[in-house]
Design a protein around this ligand. Structure first.
Ligand code: NAD
Length: 274
């Protein structure tokens, strides 16, 4: 099954579906990433904070897959803000990953109380200039943070990776991203599985389409134009989460899923975290 791509504002194309490795144990990461690559995933989303970049690197090295067929994202840890430090931290990630560049480097959290995300972004521009990060973006940025980057720097983030699932449908940020040509990456796309997948509307749609509730939610993200990278340690679910390109939800069903919005987050508040 071919995974569609999304064209970023820097002209590069990112696979719309990937494999996320948050909370995968460092010692098991290589095995899980290998399982995902075997299924056909070619996009891996890791972070310095996850402590498992080495495992990702090991799986890449052992896979024999040409580097240009893979999309590898990592993220700057919260204690790495600052122009030079952001670049130095990327070099350390590249060592752990065994790569000479990542496809996407993200500021993991804006940390507005620390107020260094603008200078950190200048470091990201340096990293892109040097070719060690082919695309650069942000994560957990709210509209005021994106506005400041727009006013004080010359590069728009290619993506903003935000918490996004049927309980938190992010209407305002989606609109802002659309207006400013920033791709939306949805983290915790199935709400970490916590209760969400039992919602009657999702189990009914799962029956209707002959799919699992997780597949229905992931398909919803794909049709909204989001980039997603569900995480699982379970090989059957890793495969299941990849099999979402041979059915489509109707417009009405997409709307019905949006109605599950409660505003409840599974993760921290970006205005205060970190
Ligand atoms: P997720 O929504 O992908 O949920 C993962 C959990 O859902 C699994 O642990 C499992 O319990 C369950 N699950 C997975 N597949 C299932 C299936 N087919 N059926 C039923 N249950 C299933 O949550 P996540 O791991 O938090 O998010 C995905 C990725 O997003 C992460 O691995 C990471 O790469 C990224 N992320 C980024 C940030 C950020 O701040 N930028 C924060 C959290 C996660």
């Amino acid at each position: 099954m071919a995974v569609p791509t999304i064209k970023l504002n820097d002209g590069r194309e990112i696979p719309q579906l990937g494999f996320g490795v948050f909370q995968i144990e460092p010692g098991h990461t290589a095995e899980k990433v290998q399982a995902a690559l075997d299924v056909g995933y070619r996009h891996i989303d890791t972070a310095q904070m996850y402590g498992n970049e080495e495992g990702v690197g090991k799986a890449i090295a052992g896979s024999g897959i040409p580097r240009d067929e893979l999309w590898i994202t990592t993220k700057l840890d919260n204690d790495g803000h600052g122009r030079d430090r952001a670049v130095q931290r990327l070099d350390e990630s590249l060592d752990r990953l065994g790569l000479d560049h990542v496809d996407l480097y993200l500021i993991h959290w804006p940390r507005p109380h620390d107020d260094r995300y603008v200078e950190t972004w200048q470091g990201f521009e340096d990293a892109r200039e040097s070719g060690r990060a082919r695309s650069i973006g942000v994560s957990n940025f709210q509209i005021p943070h994106l506005e400041r980057l727009a006013q004080e720097t010359s590069t728009r983030p290619a993506v903003n990776q935000i918490e996004f699932h049927p309980h938190l449908v992010q209407r305002e940020l989606r609109e802002y991203h659309k207006d400013h040509d920033i791709a939306t990456e949805a983290w915790s796309p199935i709400g970490q599985g916590k209760g969400l997948l039992d919602a009657p509307v999702l189990t009914e749609l799962a029956d209707k389409y002959g799919r699992s509730a997780a597949q229905v939610v992931l398909r919803w993200h794909i049709q909204l134009g989001n980039v997603v990278f569900p995480k699982s340690n379970n090989p059957d679910r890793i495969r299941e989460n990849f099999e979402i390109f041979d059915f489509s939800l109707s417009e009405d069903d997409i709307g019905a899923i949006e109605k599950l919005h409660t505003g409840r987050r599974v993760g921290p508040d970006p205005d205060t975290f970190g």
